[in-house]
Design a protein around this ligand. Structure first.
Ligand SMILES: [Zn+2]
Ligand SMILES: [Zn+2]
Length: 139
């Protein structure tokens, strides 16, 4: 069931343009100069940046699974485009910090601690990229 890379890229372009992240990429700088939104190489939508993907098939020996180089990005893991790490340009939201430093993101409704720099850049919620100005607390 192999699909032409071009079709996959066209399909991917129609997906909701939301880049979501679970953790801050420590190799990138999130600061005032880039509005906590650095330029990065766009992830290949076919292999999700791995440069390879699993392929399942069947031959005379039975079913097989193999890791094959991604033909959409030729193994580079990127489309070659430079894009913003987050695609969330919503205005800064002011959110009260609760006891213990907890804050609930008004964009994705997830709660996190403002001291947790794995999920909070100091301006943006890493999960959705929402800019937040914490009010109160000692953040
Ligand atoms: Zn790829
Ligand atoms: Zn969020």
């Amino acid at each position: 069931m192999r699909q032409a890379p071009q079709r996959i890229l066209e399909r991917a372009a129609k997906w909701p343009a939301k880049r979501r992240h679970w953790y801050v990429d420590r190799g990138l700088a999130f600061d005032e100069s880039n509005d906590h939104n650095p330029l990065v190489s766009e992830e290949c939508p076919r292999c999700h940046g791995r440069g390879a993907h699993d392929e399942w098939g069947e031959d005379e020996h039975g079913h097989f699974q193999a890791l094959v180089g991604c033909s959409a990005c030729k193994g580079t893991g990127t489309t070659g485009e430079r894009v913003r790490y987050f695609d969330n340009d919503s205005p800064v939201a002011e959110v009260a910090v609760r006891a213990g430093g907890w804050i609930t993101c008004p964009c994705c409704k997830w709660s996190f601690m403002v001291t947790d720099r794995d999920v909070w850049t100091g301006l943006r919620h890493v999960r959705c990229g929402q800019r937040i100005r914490p009010l109160g607390g000692d953040a």
